[in-house]
Design a binder for this molecule. Sequence first.
Ligand code: SAM
Length: 457
Amino acid sequence: MLDAPETILSHHALLDLYDCDNRALLDDLEGIRDLFHRTARGLKCTIVNELFHRFTPQGVSGVVVIAESHLSVHTWPELGYAAIDLYTCGDPALIDLMPDMLVEALGAGRKEYHKLPRGHVDRPPDFRHQDRIRLSMKGLSDDQKWLTDQWADQILWTIAVDNIVLDVQSEYQRIQVVDTPHLGRILVLDGNIQCAETDEAGYHEMIVHTGLCRIGASSPRGGRKVLVIGGGDGGAAREALRHPDVVQVDLVDIDQAVIDACRDYMPRVWHHPDRTRKIEDDPRFSIHIRDGLEYLKERGAMAEADKYDLIVVDGSDPVGPGVALYTPAFYQAVYDALKDGGATCVQGGSFWYLPEVFTTVYTGLSDIFEHVAPFECFTAVYPGGVWNLQLGIKGPFDPDAVDDARVQKLGALHWYSTGRHRAAFSLPPIAERLLQKVPPPLEEVQEQLEKVSLTES
Ligand code: SAM
């Protein structure tokens, strides 16, 4: 056995700031909270929780709990003094950026800074360089160091796992959140990878902005309304809230436990687009725990003004609770809930790795919508990286007609752009030919997927 090298697990930085001339800020709960959130983000930490308190007659104490450990502050406004400590297993070089950030913000005249190494441990040889690993065909390996998704029968995709952040069974599905060194936090439902925090924008930006940025998208005076069915990770809702003229975003997910998991453990997906507030604090945003089809049935015949401009169907694959979101009754209910000129954008399988879902969705939508346009998006964690979404439009559609002025208003995106919008709808001939074929019945698709999913049979 190799001698296990000694490693330093973490560092504790202690920062004392004296003669702070910004005494008002030292006594301002919201101001200190905002400063410490920005500092944590500036140090590339992942915020998972926080608690701030203001004392009478003065002084603020606060802790930002980060995935890397914690950042805390205690202030004495009357003395112009603040005591700060950052305990982190993150990159030690980043820690040294902290003093300057806070000296400037608090106007400190003098500082004392110490950084202590902590956790001198003998770490076993890095298991990732073993020449043999044991995998499960789906989900976590027995040693919980590898996560495998089954892309198709006998095609596996595996990623190293640092730790399991959450592993619970809800009424509907098994919910896991795992930390990975290469793609950050990953949400897994019944062993199926749903999204990774480092690459989800390629999916969530495309499933929302293609529907809202096309010229011809209805944009009534009263503002636009968006419904997200599924999407419990919050990514699609976040992107819809990015549009200044969107006045209402309803998120309908069957499983509260998924929403709780993402709100608490996936802060780089479940967040407000402008990050200055919680997504839940945006008055335009509301959450409804319902089956998507039931929700639409309960809404019944809607007045035109109450109908939606975009309905995003971001359900899991047609397994478990997700099957309901692939039926003709559901597509009809979606169609009826859309304004004229509105559109639905649905998770539409893959012409390469899930051709059955790709053709079933296309045919199902085409039976009801005037125009259906499949297109490509990207996520590293979906089979092959290229995945398909499908736009069903209540009216005409020109993939090149993009409202570029609207795109520019969306700020710094990661994946969606006017050029990507146009390119995404240009499918390869192999995919176009596939769409001419008659798809297998949904039951057959469901059977195939259940074989490779962890849903309880
Ligand atoms: N982007 C992912 C994909 O392409 O597979 C989907 C992610 S999102 C987390 C999937 C969500 O759909 C889950 O939160 C699940 O609870 C929800 N869901 C599944 N079936 C549903 C239904 N019938 N009605 C509403 N939500 C549903």
